[in-house]
Write a protein that binds this ligand. Sequence first.
Ligand code: PLP
Length: 506
Amino acid sequence: MDSEQLREYGHRMVDFIADYYKTIESFPVLSQVQPGYLHNILPDSAPDHPETVEQVLDDVKTKILPGVTHWQSPNFFAYYPSNSSVAGFLGEMLSAGLGIVGFSWVTSPAATELEMIVLDWIAKMLNLPDQFLSKGKGGGVIQGSASEAVLVVMIAARDKVLRSVGKNALGKLVVYSSDQTHSALQKACQISGIHPENCRVLKADSSTNYALRPELLQEAVSRDLEAGLIPFFLCGNVGTTSSTAVDPLGALGKIAKSNEMWFHVDAAYAGSACICPEYRQYIDGVETADSFNMNAHKWFLTNFDCSLLWVKDQYALTEALSTNPEFLKNKASQENLVVDYKDWQIPLGRRFRFFALSQEHLHAYLHYTEILCIVFLNRSLKLWMVLRLYGAETLKNYIRNHIKLAKDLEQLVSQDPNFEVITPRIFALVCFRMVPTDDNDEKKCNRRNLELLEAVNSSGKLFISHTALSGKIVLRCAIGAPLTEEKHVKETWKVIQEKASCLLPK
Ligand code: PLP
């Protein structure tokens, strides 16, 4: 590491990124390139000799940026937001600069302790029950994604139940969720070895705004018990991906508890909103949960990736996931004085990890160095930066502003007779569609909405996404990019109306 080179290149890179943000609205929000475009313009093999940073940045401008979809554009409304911010960026930079690998406490005590502290702070902002705080058996950990979060808790729950009923019972374990639950749960089931026939995907429909009905869960659990199966895991949602549906946590948790099931709450998107007292009600009942997850990288001004997971019983995680090879042994861990986050997560691999400018550098490096690298990116630094540079009140107002903009859009949609709002907006996602024309042909209506989606997204002016609810194709406009202002939402609606008018029967 050459400090002076870092200073020089670092300044240039910051300038490049700052200029990118300054001009972000000039790019088509959704990349308009065709598959394979980059193969046609980049060389077939890596350079043998170092190139200059100017050459690389030139290529970023001319070859990479055309293939970028601009998630931080104020006109990005697809999926859910993935926030970045100055504080998050600085935290990433500091984290990369320190280059630590904090898998065990001893490998960087500050990394572990800062993560515990920051997760306690946010647990308090969310008013989570004390059992989720690190002072007792519980605590929080930063995972890379909500998918990893649900996977690790499912493995913990699986092993806990198998310890009491015997390993041979794996084929009897049953998982429950609504059909609105993110596919991350299905993946967790696949990885955890849950029999596909033992995944109960319970129907949630418009009568409950796509929330899971507790009676349906109770019936399914009773049926499975009668059949000699073992209900062991329930995933509840606060803010589903399609429409931000909120499951009744208290009632679901009661059923989970009385059947000794692990209750996980996926609040990947909407959890952030629950730091505002007026939205905290949506996680009422979280006291019945065993684990709770929210993605700070979605709507909490923290650069990707940063997924927060709290558990009431950290030992359920460590009993399932801990390993203790000789080469990682150390006094603090052996004496049980510390948290070793390597035992709360999936990654623990021997990997080389480096940044090499050229193959020549790479070969020289490999020649001299054999490194054992266990990957654990320290994400708490950026979260700490976000909390310190913005503070809780700014974060709350940030969320409130997006929700207000979404409310305004919902009103605009509902005032236009060619459109309808499909589910009542709760947070900052508006679900809507063009209404069927006089023939009431739903298939035709779905096709028209997909055409509208294609027309607005290929304009490059904005990017929205879609889903299906009760067989209807629904357009989703999720407001939550850090740069989005009222004018962007108004302009977006204008573009949608204009494109829609071209699709209406003449
Ligand atoms: N849960 C919900 C509600 C989501 O919306 C998403 C992604 O958007 C996920 C889980 C999966 O998130 P991740 O990409 O962090 O695994």
